[in-house]
Design a protein around this ligand. Structure first.
Ligand code: ADP
Ligand code: MG
Length: 559
């Protein structure tokens, strides 16, 4: 039989494709299933414009069958099929997309739902198969044709038998080697998980014969295995549904199904934006800090879908670092994808979406502070440190976003308060926002340096997180009020009778102070009478920008 060679460019393209375009081999199945879904969509669109056709959804499905003995994987669809010419043009010429042409010719209004556009996805099958056989019967045609190719050296097309309209693609899966486990693509469990991962929201059923168990007849203890046809994908993307139709439980189930975490989500956010940028998203704030959250191993990111097909499992560009705890997914029709349908780095749309998502998360958190304080505090307990790092990093350029989300433990309320709450109840005479650092709240409470401030009736924020003081140093002020450590030299508090006595005390005891200073020469800069103590005999104060607590943290840091 004569082989038609691929066109020269195609030949080079094909080699490139097989060896380098995709970073992940398993996506061949995503590509074939997407094509099958497109083929069914085309039937659907045909029926829309031709009233004599009746599109009965029940007749349209995709079936994946693995045959371990023969090392074949078959993907079969009941879609529109291909004529001999279409087989030649669409599969024989690389980078020719019949689907793109269909979209253009048919002026399908919601044609964006057709996935194909580049005309290369099909060839991904050569990453895992030695031979690819396509048997197809086009809608309206009596004859079927078989296209076959083993890669770069071309393809053959011969007439074939096929009872129903549609396409069947048979992959002869490569032999496994020590490094390449092609056998995976014949394994029922593995196939299921690949389908779930990439194609869960394809709108037509993807069926597989899976091994199930049932009690053996006449026995109550013994079980036997049998094959049962199951639909693997969930089909309807939850994010396309109306919020009003969905319950908290639906969102929780989606969180679990997607394995966003092993906990429950604390809050979910369902976003549908239809403006300059169009996208749907479901985002979650987890309940618990992931065990690796504050390590280098933790990867931030959201799942990214284009038309319901997974493009990236963790797209980091969608989230700022300070919201790296957010889990979830984004689906958009507007992304400009590169040829491997892995997203382009500098995508304008993606940046717009990221910006939009950021502000949605911020307002969600702000709403929680107002309406759902208990949950916010739980959230803050888990991820507050990350917000403070957010203020600290980027030279504080995130501070407008983040300052209203911060909370600190307060001496007055004995609970977490926001800066806005603190400032709102500051007495008029109070100049600064006071804070004290220490290892625990109990220890801070006993600090002699707090006495004077508390005595004045002023509130003190207790900092026990290493990053606290660094973060507020970045903020510098909140609503024009400066932050001031209780151990700083100048507390901005009016002189009291303490002060009047201080001078004479100093004169009387100068000899004692000189002696002390000499003894502590390498530990302190000066020893002097304090104006701030009441019940404590002595305290340390800091001179300059860095407080004693900050010094401790800096010393503990690796150089
Ligand atoms: P794309 O999907 O981006 O167009 P592919 O290489 O995946 O590129 O497929 C090339 C073309 O082959 C498709 O556009 C379509 O016209 C045709 N095709 C592929 N698979 C099928 C199928 N299962 N049924 C009908 N046509 C198909
Ligand atoms: Mg395709």
């Amino acid at each position: 039989m004569e082989k038609t060679p691929f066109k020269a460019e195609s030949k080079r393209m094909l080699e490139m494709m097989i060896h380098s375009i995709y970073s992940n081999r398993e996506i061949f199945l995503r590509e074939l299933i997407s094509n099958a879904s497109d083929a069914i969509d085309k039937m659907y669109y045909k029926a829309l414009s031709d009233p004599s056709l009746d599109f009965d959804k029940a007749n349209y499905y995709i079936k994946v069958t693995a045959d371990k003995a023969n090392r074949t994987l078959t993907i079969c669809d009941t879609g529109i099929g291909m004529t001999k010419e279409e087989l030649e043009n669409n599969l024989g010429v690389i980078a020719q997309s019949g689907s793109l042409a269909f979209k253009n010719e048919n002026e399908v209004k919601d044609g964006h739902e057709i996935i194909g556009q580049f005309g290369v996805g099909f060839y991904a099958s050569f990453m895992v198969a030695d031979v690819v056989t396509v048997i197809s019967r086009a809608f309206g045609s009596e004859t079927a044709y078989q296209w076959e190719s083993s890669g770069v050296d071309g393809y053959t097309i011969v007439p074939a038998e096929k009872e129903d309209v549609g396409t069947e693609i048979v992959l002869k899966i490569k032999e496994s080697t020590e490094d390449d486990h092609y056998d995976d693509y014949l394994d029922e469990y593995r196939l299921r998980s690949i389908i779930k991962k990439y194609s869960d929201f394809i709108r037509y059923p993807i069926k597989m014969d899976v091994t199930a168990q049932r009690p053996k007849e006449g026995s109550e203890e013994e079980f036997e295995e049998y094959q049962e046809e199951q639909t693997i994908n969930s089909m309807v993307p939850i994010w396309r549904k109306n919020k009003n139709e969905l319950t908290d439980e639906d969102y929780e189930n989606f969180y679990m199904e997607k394995r966003f975490g092993f906990d429950k989500p604390l809050k979910h956010l369902h976003i549908s934006v239809d403006g300059a940028v169009r996208y749907n998203a479901i985002l979650y704030i987890p309940e618990k800090t992931p065990f690796d959250y504050y390590t280098k191993e933790y990867e931030k990111g959201l799942e990214l879908y284009s038309n319901g097909v997974l493009i990236m499992s963790k797209c980091p560009d969608l989230l700022p670092d300070y919201y790296s705890f957010v889990k979830g997914m984004v689906d958009s029709e507007d992304l400009s994808l590169n040829i491997s349908r892995e997203i382009l780095q500098q995508d304008k749309q993606l940046q717009l979406i990221a910006k939009n998502i950021k502000s949605k998360i911020t307002s969600q958190l702000q709403r929680m502070i107002q309406d759902d304080r208990a949950h916010y505090e739980q959230f803050y307990e888990a991820f507050g440190t990350q917000l403070k790092y957010g203020v600290y990093s980027d030279y504080g350029s995130n501070k407008d976003t983040l300052q209203d989300l911060l909370m600190f433990y307060s001496s007055k309320e004995k609970k977490m308060v926001t800066l806005a709450e603190y400032v709102a109840r500051m007495p008029e005479a109070q100049k600064y926002i006071y804070y004290a650092s220490g290892e625990t709240y109990e220890r801070i409470e006993k600090l002699p340096q707090t006495e004077l401030v508390l005595d004045k009736g002023y509130e003190i924020l207790y900092f026990i997180d290493d990053v606290d003081e660094f973060a507020i140093k970045m903020l510098m002020t909140y609503k024009d009020k400066e932050f001031r450590s209780v151990s700083s030299g100048d507390l901005g508090i009016e002189a009291s009778e303490n002060e009047e006595n201080a001078e004479s005390d100093a004169n009387e005891n100068q000899a004692l102070f000189d002696e002390m200073k000499q003894l502590l020469a390498d530990k302190v800069k000066d020893v002097r009478v304090s104006k701030r103590l009441k019940n404590h005999p002595v305290c340390l104060t800091a001179d300059g920008e860095i407080t004693i607590e900050m010094e401790k943290v800096l010393k503990a840091m690796p150089n």
